[in-house]
Design a protein around this ligand. Structure first.
Ligand code: PLP
Length: 393
């Protein structure tokens, strides 16, 4: 687990130099430990290990060297004490809530959150008598009125998906402190390179590692990091219920993190260029990108993020039909559900990911009929712009 004694380096260095102990072969690049279990020296070693008197690997549903390296790296990049790695982002979200909440507890969450997380709050957690109250992005001053005696968790994502709104993490962190709530942030869109929610008072940070952490659209993964005390509960829940990340995926993800800072830097550079191009286009009503001066929370984004992220949202003139026609005219970019890939991806939330919501609920999360989300990849920005331009025209 997390070794606090090593000196703290810059995030780029932590991403590359955080590694588990070398084997007797002194390999430079870390090996893959495909083993479901580990052996014991003798009866006493086995007894002490099972009694948690020793920190060592017992079974890969609990810990595995590749998973530990991946978790350790994310901890160092996020400034967290400890963590646990999951098979998917959603298993990280579900296991975190299931481990920390009891029947009768209550969550206060921003309305603009990932679709499956909303389904978890609305349809699954109520089975265990856990309820959720939502505030909208522009209703921060209503949060205190939503807090009840049984409220345990304050939950948010920033930037939000797909409307890329920004939430004030300092303000949320202060509210959580004042009301003694566990503040949890899904930091998937920003990555620790752009924003470290623990600095603003988050107790736990969740990632879908499937997105920018892998960054190449290959594997699913998730991770929760934060305070040791909370992670211990999440670890005990998870080692018994089995949402563990596969060591192969952990090995991939740990390697991917080595290039996260340079990839994200370039993603953001491309995204800003694309946002600026779209802002000047006559078929576009508005563009939302956190580092465009026209973004309603531009100053806030500047204060809490290093760069604007890789997701650009814009509204095409002509509503739902124009959005569908635009997707049909796209040639180079991919129509896909993922994001944070080297390949640029366009989606039309109103006719796809958010089609099941009523128009009223869609508008509450900022999704208008003509809203297009672009996950800007690492192709040459001129080629991305050319494709968007021909599809708009
Ligand atoms: C994709 C995503 C998730 C879920 O992650 P999976 O790895 O697909 O399970 C959770 N939160 C956000 C913000 C996401 O974008």
């Amino acid at each position: 687990m997390h070794n606090k004694t090593r000196t703290k380096n810059h995030i780029e260095t932590e991403a590359i130099r955080t590694q588990i102990e070398r084997s007797q072969f002194l390999e430079h690049s870390n090996p893959l430990y495909l083993t479901s279990s580990y052996i014991f020296e003798d009866a006493e070693d086995m007894r002490a290990s099972f009694a948690d008197e020793k920190q060592r690997n017992i079974y890969s549903r609990y810990t595995n060297p590749n998973n530990s390296e991946f978790v350790d790296k994310v901890c160092r990049m996020e400034g967290a004490e400890n963590g646990y790695a999951f098979a998917t982002g959603m298993s990280a979200v579900f296991s975190t809530f299931a481990a920390l909440l009891d029947s009768g507890d209550h969550i206060v969450s921003c309305q603009s959150i990932f679709g499956s997380t909303q389904t978890l709050f609305n349809n699954i957690l109520p089975k265990w008598n856990i309820s959720t109250s939502y505030f909208r992005i522009n209703e921060i001053d209503r949060i205190e009125s939503l807090i009840q005696p049984n409220t345990k968790i304050l939950y948010a994502e920033s930037p939000t998906n797909p409307a890329v709104d920004i939430l004030d993490l300092t303000l949320l962190g202060d509210l959580a402190k004042k009301h003694n709530l566990i503040f949890i942030v899904d930091n998937c869109f920003a990555t620790p390179y752009l924003q470290q929610p623990i600095k603003f008072g988050a107790h736990l940070v969740i990632h879908s590692a499937t997105k920018l952490m892998d960054g190449q659209g290959r594997v699913l993964g998730g991770v929760t990091v934060g305070s040791s005390e909370l992670i211990q509960k999440i670890y005990l829940f998870s080692r018994n219920t089995g949402p563990a990340l596969s060591p192969f995926n952990a090995w991939i993800l740990s390697k991917s993190l080595e290039t996260l800072p340079v990839r994200v830097e370039k993603h953001c550079d491309n995204a800003l260029k694309i946002a600026e191009f779209l802002e000047g286009h006559d078929k576009v009503n508005f563009v939302k990108y956190p580092f465009l001066k026209s973004h309603p929370q531009y100053q806030l984004a500047q204060n809490q993020m290093k760069l604007g992220g890789n997701v650009v949202a814009f509204e095409i003139k002509g509503g739902i039909d124009a959005g569908r026609n635009f997707l049909n005219a796209i040639q180079l970019l991919s129509l896909s559900a993922n994001l944070g890939d080297t390949r640029s991806i366009v989606t039309h939330p109103a006719s796809t990911t958010h089609a099941k919501l009523s128009e009223e609920d869609r508008l509450k999360t900022g999704i208008t009929g003509g809203l297009i989300r672009v996950s800007v990849g690492l192709e040459h920005p001129e080629d991305i712009i050319n494709d968007l331009n021909q599809a708009l025209n």
